[in-house]
Design a protein around this ligand. Structure first.
Ligand code: UD1
Ligand code: CA
Length: 499
């Protein structure tokens, strides 16, 4: 890809085609809503298009219209851009789809002039950079149409680029309409173009459905534009991935793996150590600071952010989670959590939404948390559950502590102060408050508030029933062990016996 010399490359409109059915996905979900790299395919397409900062962004829909339009509206909000949704009617074909997109602009009183870009909703690896190169070339050369092409070893199914002896683009012929000689051409139409808007509108008026598929072909615009005296040219990319669409789930997985490879590589080039790129999966929406380390089998998803010097993994999945600088997160599943600087989480830890762990805090092995705000330096080291809880600073929660937050009807809060020490297996029956500097004894069931500095004990007297096992479990290994212990104790007590 060459660096463009024309700086502007801001088209008047980008039209993203998304009306097709995508039957080969074998799915109740529309094809373009299938996801890779943390976004739907249409999400990637619109993000790349929005990167051009076009005056108008249009998505053309038809198949499962309401579902697709609703998804597109939420994407527009996420991308912070306004967007037109245009409905294609029953006339089939890419030409009609573009025409419907243009009519939506015109009926909104927006003139179609200058450069109009057309892309597909199911080509997720296409980048803003390649689109910008297409637009820059188109405008620098003063073309009527510039088509993005690729050379494929197996061009079967694609429209073929027809060139004159002098190499100029004469037109595109669809595979189904092509002769044997034309099918031998391996330069294919990606379906991505920059058009002069006025030429596009005029040419589409002349496009018919008189072809092998009975569709209005957008590709016919090229020969029509040339016949009208316009210059038609191509930008050829060697990066086939950027023009590849996903028609079935096999292609979807291949595109997802390649997208991930590119994302992970970009993070490594920006200063992240990734020990095993092949088992590291990072969504396009994730941000990583330099000098982060990602260990094998780690999935970073959604709005996850990892700050410098943090180490994440192995075997960790973080969704919409923020990891502070220098924190370590090992064998953890976290969603909607905030992990403070220098904190330690894991191994085998489950952080659910609303977990906020303060700086230098710790949530250790086999802990689950939800809606739990934990202060600086506090530790929940092993085996427990903290839900709907607020824990102060430098508090140590003992092994096996549980917040009983749910009475079967409503959730209740547990509030624990600073510098508290709770012993093993304390149960907090919420709502309950434990004051600063308080202690609890092992097995305490805390039903009443504990004042600051108090020791809370739940004292149930212990009763030992002597000889119970031999009487009630005769013949069992436990009874035999008890009998041996009893006779050796008796032997030790018998006067005159050998030591
Ligand atoms: C089209 C091109 C072909 C090119 C290929 C690249 C035409 C006539 N052919 O093939 O030259 O090599 O793309 O993939 O343009 N769509 C609509 N409305 C429709 C039909 C399609 O919105 O009525 C959308 C689809 O959702 C999809 C895109 O247009 O995003 C391409 O449709 P598809 O049927 O996959 O392409 P072909 O027509 O086979
Ligand atoms: Ca296709």
């Amino acid at each position: 890809m060459t660096e463009s010399t024309v700086a502007t490359a801001q088209p008047s409109a980008v039209i993203v085609l998304a009306a097709g059915a995508g039957t080969r996905m074998k799915s109740k979900t529309p094809k373009i809503l299938h996801r890779i790299g943390g976004r739907s395919m249409i999400g990637h397409a619109l993000a790349a298009a929005a990167g051009l900062a076009p005056r108008e962004l249009v998505a053309v829909v038809r198949h499962q219209r309401d579902l697709v339009a609703g998804h597109i509206a939420s994407l527009a909000e996420e991308l912070g851009t306004s967007l037109h949704v245009a409905d294609q009617d029953e006339v089939p074909g890419t030409g009609r789809a573009v025409q419907c997109g243009l009519e939506a602009l015109q009926s909104a009183g927006l003139p179609v002039e200058g450069t109009v870009v057309v892309t597909y909703g199911d080509v997720p690896l296409l980048t803003t950079e390649l689109l910008r190169e297409l637009v820059s070339t188109h405008e620098a050369e003063g073309n009527a149409v510039t088509v993005l092409t690729a050379l494929l070893e197996d061009p079967t199914g694609y429209g073929r680029i027809l060139r004159d002896e002098d190499g100029s683009v004469a037109g595109i012929v669809e595979h189904k309409d092509a002769t044997e000689a034309e099918r031998a051409v391996n330069e294919v139409n990606s379906g991505i173009y920059a058009f002069d808007g006025a030429v596009l509108v005029q040419a589409l008026e002349k496009v018919t459905t008189d072809n092998a598929q009975g569709e209005m072909y957008l590709t016919d615009v090229l020969s029509l534009a040339r016949a009208a005296g316009g210059r038609v040219a191509a930008v050829s990319t060697r990066d086939q991935w950027q023009v590849e669409g996903a028609n079935d789930r096999v292609q979807l997985a291949a595109l997802g793996a390649e997208m991930n490879r590119r994302t992970v590589e970009a993070h490594m080039r920006a200063g992240t150590t990734v020990q095993d790129p092949a088992t590291t999966w990072i969504d396009a929406t994730v941000t990583l600071e330099p000098d982060t380390t990602i260990l094998p089998n780690t999935h970073l998803q959604g709005a996850t952010h990892v700050a410098e010097d943090a180490v994440v993994g192995p075997d960790t999945t973080l969704v919409d989670t923020t990891v502070g600088s220098g924190a370590t997160v090992t064998r953890t599943q976290a969603t909607g959590a905030v992990i403070g600087a220098g904190a330690a989480v894991g191994p085998f830890t489950y952080l659910r939404p609303g977990t906020v762990l303060g700086e230098q805090g710790k949530i250790g092995a086999f802990y689950e948390t939800k809606n739990a705000v934990i202060g600086r330096g506090s530790k929940l080291s092993h085996l427990g559950y903290a839900g709907d809880a607020e824990i102060g600073e430098y508090t140590n929660i003992g092994c096996g502590n549980i917040t009983a937050n749910y009475d079967g009807v409503a959730k209740h809060r547990t509030v624990i102060g600073d510098h508290v020490r709770t012993s093993s297996n304390t149960v907090f029956i919420a709502p309950v408050t434990v004051g600063d500097g308080a202690y609890t004894g092992a097995g305490a069931v805390v039903r009443k508030d504990v004042p600051a500095g108090a020791l809370a004990l739940t004292v149930a007297p212990q009763r030992n029933t002597e000889g119970w096992t031999e009487q009630r479990r005769p013949g069992s290994p436990a009874a035999e062990a008890a009998a041996r212990a009893r006779s050796s104790a008796q032997a030790a007590e018998t006067p005159g016996a050998d030591a």
